[in-house]
Each structure stands twice: as C-alpha cells, then as structure tokens.
Design a protein around this ligand. Structure first.
Ligand SMILES: O=C(O)c1ccccc1NCC(=O)[C@H](O)[C@H](O)COP(=O)(O)O
Length: 270
C-alpha cells in the first residue's frame, strides 16, 4: 500500500468528519450527565507510581494500524485488557479510531467495565466533543498530538480535558514540538519515534530528544519498543513510561510478552 505524504493529516481529517457526524446525532445533555457522574482515575498518577517500582508500561490495545494493516486477528479487547491488568500494566491505551486502527468507542466502554486500571482513549482528538465522548465512555486520559494543532487549539483542548478531569498525554515528534508542549504547560509529554510521513520508527530519536524534556514532566517513550533491553536503556536515558502496542499484539500470549518487558514471572490466568 502506498502511503499518502502526511498520514497524520489524512487520519485527522477523517477523525474530524466522523466526530462531527456523531456530534450531530448525539444526546449531549445525556452524555454530559454520564461524563459528570464518573470520577476519572489518575492515569498519570498511576504511571508515576509504577515508575517508582520498575518500568511503567502503558499496554496498547491495537488491532490494526495504517502502517502495518491487520496486526492481531484474534482481537478480544476485554480479554487482553484483563490479562494486561493481571500482568502488571500500569495503564492501558485503547484505540478507538475505526477507519485506520479498527478500534471503537464500544471497545473502550467494554474495557472500562472489565478492568480497574486507568485508560487512555487513543484517538485523533480534533474536536472538544471527542473529549466529552472519552469521559462518558470511561476514559481517564486523552491523547493530544502537537503536530495536528495550533497552540490555541491545544490550549482549548487541554482546558476541555481539565474541565472533565481527564489527564492528557501530549505527543511530540520534534524538539520544536517539545518546546511548544512545555510552554503550554503539559505535564505528561510523549516522544513518538514514528515518522509521520514515512511511518518508519526511528528509535534513536527517543534518545536524542529526551534531554529536552524538563525533570518535572512525566516522560513517555512511544512506538517501536519491543525488548526489555530497550526499555531498560530508555529508563536509563530518562524516560518514566513506555507506550507499547505492536510488540504485545503480535504475540500469541500478549501478557507473557508484557512479563518479559516487566522482567516478572508470567502466570497465565486467562
Ligand atoms: O501505528 C501506526 O502505524 C500509526 C500511524 C499513523 C499515526 C499513528 C500511528 N500509531 C500511533 C501510535 O502512537 C502507536 O500506536 C503507539 O506509539 C504504539 O506504537 P507501537 O508499539 O509501535 O505499536
């Protein structure tokens, strides 16, 4: 499959169209009632706490991706979520984009009912309505990708997330984006090593960029991480947490691979 020049632009514009379609038929007062009725769990706090004991892993539920197509045929988000929780993941990331990642909001709702650990709604957030959706569906955090937004948009979406008590993982790809994220006051900043034009992962970028993240920020390394050795090297370099999808999803027993990355015993329960 040939990739368009900037895949992020394509995905984000589809995300906006779909969000506006859902918003047009949504019962907003009812969603606001549901969103207000639940208290978000501390997603960033769970990562900080896990990071004092070992690698803080955000296990990502990812059925497919634009760069790899179908990653996991036998995709049961609830069973995966339960096994990751039992296996020591600090938090989960649940893909809700339907068109490019074959995820859904229904997955997020089902996972919320099945586990207690905090959940990130992993999607391309381009409209405040998606933040309300995230809270109402059971998320504790949302992703904001700096490359997709102006500073004014980021500020507005950050405030909307705060209004609903949600944490934000602010994702960057360049030193300039890190500066913008820091200046805008984000507390949890991810560095994604996946080049959004070529979709290639450049792990070296994680090492090159970590020193630009201030001490007080929770530093998250994202994409292409698959071995305990890499996790340990990234921890030494200064990262607090690790967002890992494909390396888990490709395994017949994803929780066994999580145990490898956490350097713990694997006890199969599911
Ligand atoms: O994964 C993709 O192909 C992708 C393409 C375009 C935009 C975003 C994409 N991935 C989102 C992510 O950030 C990853 O799912 C996450 O960092 C986990 O990465 P991995 O461990 O490599 O699955």
């Amino acid at each position: 499959m040939t990739m368009p020049l900037d895949q992020l632009e394509v995905i984000s514009s589809h995300a906006l169209i779909r969000a506006l379609e859902r918003k047009a038929v949504a019962n907003i007062p009812e969603m606001e009632r549901r969103a207000a009725a639940r208290k978000a769990k501390g997603w960033a706090a769970a990562l900080r706490s896990a990071a004092t004991k070992g690698p803080a892993i955000i296990a990502e539920l990812k059925k497919a991706s634009p760069s790899k197509g179908l990653i996991r045929e036998n995709y049961n988000p609830v069973a995966l979520a339960k096994s990751f929780e039992a296996g020591g993941a600090a938090c989960l990331s649940v893909l809700t984009d339907e068109e490019f990642f074959q995820g859904s909001l229904a997955d997020l709702i089902a996972v919320r009912e099945a586990v207690n650990i905090p959940l990130l709604r992993k999607d391309f957030i381009v409209d405040p309505f998606q933040i309300l959706e995230a809270k109402a569906a059971g998320a504790d955090a949302i992703l904001l990708i700096v490359a997709t937004h102006t500073d004014a948009d980021l500020k507005e979406l950050h405030e909307e997330a705060n209004r609903w008590g949600l944490d934000v993982l602010c994702e960057t790809h360049t030193l300039d984006e890190i500066k913008r994220a820091v200046d805008l006051g984000f507390h949890t900043i991810g560095v994604n090593s996946r080049d959004l034009k070529t979709m290639t992962v450049h792990t070296q970028r994680l090492y090159e960029m970590v020193s630009a993240l201030p001490e007080q920020v929770l530093r998250v390394a994202e994409s292409g991480i698959g071995s305990l050795e890499e996790v340990e090297k990234l921890m030494k370099a200064g990262y607090d947490a690790f967002l890992i999808g494909e390396a888990l999803m490709r395994q017949p027993e994803p929780a066994a691979q999580l145990a490898v990355l956490l350097d713990t015993e694997y006890a199969s329960e599911f």
